[in-house]
Design a protein around this ligand. Structure first.
Ligand SMILES: Nc1ncnc2c1ncn2[C@@H]1O[C@H](COP(=O)(O)OP(=O)(O)OP(=O)(O)O)[C@@H](O)[C@H]1O
Ligand SMILES: [Mg+2]
Length: 252
């Protein structure tokens, strides 16, 4: 079977600034790959190019064997190439279920003004119900986002992506801003995601990375410095020096 995602020679320049340089990377079906690297390394930029939010300056992206480099972002999302965001994007005054319903409607290409009409659509409600169930969010379905703890809000964002029936899921720091006491909720949820889903996961918290990932990609200054197992990456002197810095003793 083709790789879920295959990126070849991806580059991105903003004016004279080379933010991504010659990035090649594959995600197999069921991948659990972490993308790590210092602030500003180009991790979010890479996700933006994969989803189609940003056009690469050069290089190509294949999704299950099909070149999608020129496919618009909305079409990629409809095909199951989905992401979550580093900064929360849920609508605070709406309930959990309505936020998910909105995501389903948008992904299906309906305009927002049809929101009320489709609120009773059984097909859409089923999709919302499945996303809630996958993350055990049913008890919170009718709570407004602003009433939830921050960790719970981030779970809702994961539910928004899951409602789109992803085949490849790109998680941009899903636990960012979440207190350590709540981050285990998020990792438990991620651990329960379908086994055949290919996941690329950006995270700074090395405890979470090591618990989750079977493969780690280290991005430094826009280039892939190494790809390896957690053991290989944590043993690499360059990684210790460049990325882990003073904390490396805690990781080795
Ligand atoms: N639209 C843009 N125009 C110009 N420069 C940009 C743009 N987007 C990102 N950059 C620059 O590209 C570099 C990489 O940014 P990016 O957000 O991808 O990093 P990151 O690895 O996700 O960092 P962080 O860990 O802080 O989230 C940074 O130097 C950033 O300032
Ligand atoms: Mg980022």
């Amino acid at each position: 079977m083709s790789d879920a995602l295959a990126i070849t020679g991806l580059c991105k320049n903003f004016g004279a600034l080379a933010v991504s340089s010659n990035i090649s990377l594959t995600l197999k079906v069921g991948a659990r790959t972490a993308l790590i690297g210092p602030n500003g390394a180009g991790k979010t930029t890479l996700i933006n190019m994969i989803t189609g939010a940003l056009d690469p300056s050069s290089g190509s992206i294949a999704y299950f064997g099909k070149d999608i480099t020129k496919v618009p972002q909305a079409q990629r999302a409809r095909d199951g190439l989905l992401r979550t965001f580093q900064v929360t994007r849920v609508f605070r005054p709406l309930t959990v279920a309505d936020n998910i319903r909105l995501a389903v409607i948008q992904q299906r290409g309906f305009a927002m003004r049809f929101f009320l009409d489709v609120a009773r659509d059984p097909d859409i409600n089923q999709q919302v119900g499945e996303a809630l169930a996958m993350l055990e969010l049913e008890p919170l379905a009718d709570r407004r986002i602003e009433e939830l703890a921050y960790g719970e809000r981030r779970l809702v964002e994961l539910a928004l992506a899951l409602a789109g029936k992803p085949k490849v899921l790109l998680l941009d720091e899903p636990a960012a801003g979440v207190p350590k006491s709540e981050s285990s909720i998020i990792m438990r949820a991620i651990a329960r995601l379908p086994a055949d889903l290919a996941i690329l996961f950006i995270e700074h918290d090395m405890d979470l990375v090591f618990r989750f990932a079977s493969e780690i990609v280290v991005l430094v200054a826009g280039e892939i410095m190494m790809v390896g197992t957690p053991a290989e990456v944590s043993a690499d002197e360059r990684v210790k020096e460049i990325y882990f810095g003073k904390r490396h003793n805690a990781i080795a």
